[in-house]
Design a protein around this ligand. Structure first.
Ligand SMILES: Cc1ncc(COP(=O)(O)O)c(C=O)c1O
Ligand SMILES: [Zn+2]
Length: 425
């Protein structure tokens, strides 16, 4: 095995079926295959690895008979058939809501919101962590770790607590306070690092190469971890009645989520679980951290790293690992990558809250505001059925809207005071 691969597991000791229908890791750059194990870089070219499968037959009936969590798709994930036997946070199967008020406001015919704030720690990150935890267990890794922009920190700390293993979580020192507290509450070790996410990520990669037996979910078990986001695509299709939408808008930080929604759609079509139909995927970024949107606009294949400065801290990855693959997916499907200002992000949060009763975190504000911009600039077809992914909970980023909303008045507890205040409100 390559010197680039971590040696902190023993693939020879894998139990049969440890990774379900997964058969190998394959390089996303050169296609070279290597055995399943705690590897993330290609032995031939250092390119990133992804999971390759031999699915056999998978039926809608078998999926529908499964649990109301991501494990109903276990035959499409790198997890064992008995994955449910082990403690996990059981994420997934979140609401897909018809959003007629927001659609009307924006001039769209049909809009759906995949509201992933309904996950156990209130973001889509529970999906990827559940798969990473299953992989870590099969690989004999004993510590669950990550560098995080906030939501992943919550998900890792909670999943490790439930699994009864240690967690070590690294965050930038200037993260929103609610995200710090909603990680620390689960116990485990939380370390705030003096630097931005890209500094934290670099440190994590270094530690991953040094510490034995650690599963850095988004570093050395990243090929497995990332597969968890396919379940967003699977659920959207199943909840639409086993068909694909025509347009999807997805927030982009590392870009893994967007790339895997596309992979999920393609696998469903290849397996005959949905009819193959054209769809366009759009990426959403904050202008203060928009390296992928910039590369898209300029027609570049590579993504030039930036230094993030945006209210959308969960999306503040200046050097996105999956950036080039986001460009591939958006170009191949006829989509686009756009970015929106911090003011537009705040407007997006309040617009969604006031039209649909959904309070999104800043990443959701980015997605809603990008949807609006894509419509205004004619990049998104208002007549085509559209889904947006609302990936996190507004309670974690209260400061973003704290100076915009509040009580209309503070009044004495009398009817007279009420009528006076209400008539002027
Ligand atoms: C709420 C939320 N949405 C979207 C993303 C983007 O995910 P990805 O890094 O897979 O692009 C993140 C990443 O941290 C996030 O926290
Ligand atoms: Zn390779």
């Amino acid at each position: 095995m390559s010197a680039t691969a971590l040696d902190n597991g023993n693939p020879a000791a894998l139990r049969p079926g440890a990774f379900g229908n997964a058969v190998a890791l394959s390089c996303r750059e050169c296609g070279a295959r290597q055995e399943l194990g705690p590897y993330y870089a290609c032995a031939e070219c250092f390119g990133p690895l992804e999971v390759a499968y031999d699915f056999g037959a998978v039926s809608r009936d078998a999926i529908e008979a499964g649990p109301k969590s991501i494990w109903r798709y276990r035959s499409l994930l790198p997890v064992p058939a008995d994955v449910e036997r082990f403690p996990n946070t059981e994420p997934g199967f979140t609401r897909l809501l018809r959003a007629d008020n927001l659609a009307r406001e924006l001039g769209l015919d049909t809009l759906w919101i995949k509201d992933d704030s309904g996950n156990p720690t209130h973001s889509f990150k529970d999906r990827v962590v559940a798969v990473a935890l299953a992989a870590a267990r099969e690989l004999g890794l004993k510590v669950l770790a990550c560098p995080s922009t906030g939501n992943l920190a919550n998900a890792v700390a909670a999943a490790a607590a439930r699994a009864g293993i240690k967690s070590v979580v690294f965050i930038p020192h200037d993260l929103e306070r609610p995200k710090v507290l909603t990680t620390a509450v689960y116990g485990g070790t939380l370390l705030a690092v003096k630097g931005n996410y890209d500094d934290v990520n670099r440190l994590a990669s270094e530690i991953a190469g040094e510490e034995e037996g650690w599963a850095f979910v988004n570093v050395n078990v990243r090929p497995y971890y990332a597969e968890g986001s396919k379940t967003l695509g699977f659920e959207i299709a199943e909840q639409l009645g086993w068909r694909l939408p025509q347009q999807v808008v997805v927030p982009v930080a590392s870009g893994a989520q967007l790339v895997k929604v596309d992979k999920g759609f393609r696998e469903l079509a290849e397996l005959g679980l949905v009819e193959s139909s054209p769809y366009r995927i759009f990426g959403a970024q904050a202008t203060g951290c928009s390296p992928v949107a910039e590369a898209f606009r300029e027609g570049h294949d590579v993504v030039r790293p930036v230094r993030p400065d945006t209210v959308a801290k969960s999306l503040a990855i200046g050097n996105p690992a999956d950036g080039p693959y986001v460009l591939d997916v958006c170009r191949r499907t006829g989509g686009a990558v756009e970015d929106v200002s911090d003011e537009e992000i705040r407007d997006g949060i309040t617009l969604l809250a006031q039209t649909e009763g959904i309070f999104a975190e800043t990443a959701g504000g980015v997605t809603v505001a990008t949807l609006k911009k894509l419509l205004e600039t004619g990049q998104l077809d208002p007549a085509a059925e559209t889904v947006i992914i609302q990936s996190g909970d507004g309670l974690k980023t209260l400061d973003a809207i704290a100076d915009r909303v509040g009580p209309a008045a503070t009044i004495e507890p009398t009817y007279a005071a009420f009528t006076e205040a209400y008539s002027s409100a």
